[in-house]
Design a protein around this ligand. Sequence first.
Ligand SMILES: NC(=O)c1ccc[n+]([C@@H]2O[C@H](COP(=O)([O-])OP(=O)(O)OC[C@H]3O[C@@H](n4cnc5c(N)ncnc54)[C@H](OP(=O)(O)O)[C@@H]3O)[C@@H](O)[C@H]2O)c1
Length: 337
Amino acid sequence: QMDCGALCVLWCLTPFYFLIGCLCFVFMDADFTLMWASMLGNKPENKLKGLVVWVTGASSGIGEELAYQLARCGSRLILSARREDELNRVKRHCLECSNLQDENILVLPLDLLERSSHEEKTKAVIEYFGCIDILINNCGRSQRSLYIETSIDVYQALMELNFLGTVSITKQVLPHMTRQGTGSIVTVSSVAGIAGAPLATGYSASKHALQGFFNSLRCELTDFPNILISMVCPGPVKSQVVHNAFTEEVNKPVTTPGNQDHKMPTSRCVHLMLVGIANGVKEMWIAQQPFLLYYYLWQYIRTFAWFITNILARKRVQNFKAGLDADSAYFTKAKTS
Ligand SMILES: NC(=O)c1ccc[n+]([C@@H]2O[C@H](COP(=O)([O-])OP(=O)(O)OC[C@H]3O[C@@H](n4cnc5c(N)ncnc54)[C@H](OP(=O)(O)O)[C@@H]3O)[C@@H](O)[C@H]2O)c1
């Protein structure tokens, strides 16, 4: 039995533990579960070796980096996006940076908007590799425009791509996983899937829809304990996402993609994603400070989160209206790009 003295010492040390926790939090770039998994959990290279992983949106940004790191882990890959030449470039680099052979990587061009093709594409994967162990729903496009100035067609396009396209490809892949009894469906959501995001009302809605859909699907799959439904919620990460974002009209390009200095390196984000997948983490928050703090405020102290959001959003919208780089405008006066 613990005596009174020992209890007193433990009690006195509580502020010390709290201080250590706070200090750690300052340097964290993922939520506590994911950080814990990255220190003490399974290593991706041990868990993902030999698995068949289908990555959508593999021609640039996060998807491209996923391809490289998965190749180094020894996963067999299906690389999908619309631009076949870019996918072939990614495949070549995967072969250079890993021990994989040519036949271990299938380049499978796919337009997520063409839902009628999803069944045939899934069949092609099964015919080639015999199974799908992990589907990473990474493909997506963002938005940079004010709701008041944006065509409703942009909202339709965002939902068709980010939400319905993802739901459609998942519908084809999931039955194979339920037959196998194992598998992981990993979907890249965003901080905008958890919190409100000015200049991205449609994007945020599409990511909230994904969160609702997959959180509900996870509940439906309780009879399949070996099927993982995992949501990845990155904050700002270096990629082409702003360059490729929707604006006020469906075909109008972004004019000020802005600088990426404040964003998390793609390789770090992807490393943490793979740690999460290897350890069966259901929801991953991946972001540098102060964005990570923002997730915790939204989750646990909503009223305060709204207060902060309103201050930052005002600044962001003002900078956007002035034609400045809205993305780096949260905390400092934005630079023109
Ligand atoms: N970067 C960030 O700061 C950030 C933060 C939070 C969440 N995310 C999410 O991360 C995911 C990846 O984005 P990213 O940052 O890597 O952006 P990215 O560099 O723009 O990559 C987007 C990928 O999606 C593909 N894609 C676009 N439309 C497609 C379509 N109709 N059919 C098939 N593929 C299509 C693109 O390839 P093609 O053009 O060749 O088709 C590209 O490979 C997205 O879901 C995004 O919402 C990004």
